[in-house]
Design a protein around this ligand. Sequence first.
Ligand code: KG4
Ligand code: ZN
Length: 341
Amino acid sequence: DSDPLILGIESTCDETGVGLVRGDDLLVDRTATSMDQYARYGGIIPEIASRAHLEAFVPTLDSALDEAGVSLGDVDAIAVSAGPGLVGSLTVGICAAKALALALDRPLYGVNHVIGHLAVDKLAEGPLPEHFIGLVVSGGHSNLLDVHDIATDVRELGGTLDDAAGEAFDKVGRLLGLPYPGGPHVDRLSQRGDREAIRFPRGLAAPKDRDRHAYDFSFSGLKTAVARYVEGARQCGEEVSAEDVCAAFSEAVNDSLTSKAVRACQDTGCGTIVIGGGFSANSRLRALIRERADAAGLTVRMPPLRFCTDNGAQIAAIGAELVRAGVAPSDPGFSPDSGMP
Ligand code: KG4
Ligand code: ZN
């Protein structure tokens, strides 16, 4: 095979990821996570996450190389998440990547983690289409992107004005007393509830916002509406059905995400939606986007669940696209960019 072997390194948040990709093919994807250390805090502690990356990086790299049956000398180029993310976590992955690039004398690419959430889709479904609308949703980001070439031409159409979708799910989970992170638990409960039992507001649905924020999201008002509903019911001594609250809340979030993604396709004359990010594991998002894309005659591509969570394969995948497009490697002195757009 003549495609270069790309090593991808991920450390934006609490996952230490190492992936090896050749062209559109995944050789191996290894992840270590420090998630289980945060349950008692109800949120990530950056200092613990940085330390965990430091401990996990070399063993994760070694086991990835072992499993793929390759040695470090076989790697042709290295890609690492340069942002957005926690600065301490990013620093560990970037230092490791710089050290490897220097020792092996290979080109190094500092890449955008969020775009990696879309690039990973090619490892499951084959080459990405020429033009697509990307919907990236996770605990840290909710973005609509107009993608003409994933390596060189990605335009941001809109994003969340306040909370990310996963973040809103985690906050509603906490409100209902569910373990951290609440997203998957709220998803599970929502599957047994009645989506129409409660009508929660859709963010930015008012006429004055409809055009100015056609591709933006807002979930903090919704979260407040859920809190008010739950408190109101408890004060009246009424039984709150967590299943119904989760189902109605999930419907409001996913109604906004999917209707705006479809609208972006229609407005740009694009035929394909690609979703990605930790929240793209959400069962209602996957069903509703399929339903609405079908109704609008659009194709929708979604990564398998194992590629939704942060991973090294997504970073190797975007690295492979940069190499394919002939993009110049990063300046060797680049720094982590925790607020990277
Ligand atoms: O991409 P990711 O692993 O990390 C970030 O970059 O944020 O996403 C994690 C987020 C968390 O907020 C988690 O609660 C949420 O994605 N999440 C879900 C589901 N699975 C993960 N939210 C709703 N439904 C799910 N099934
Ligand atoms: Zn992510």
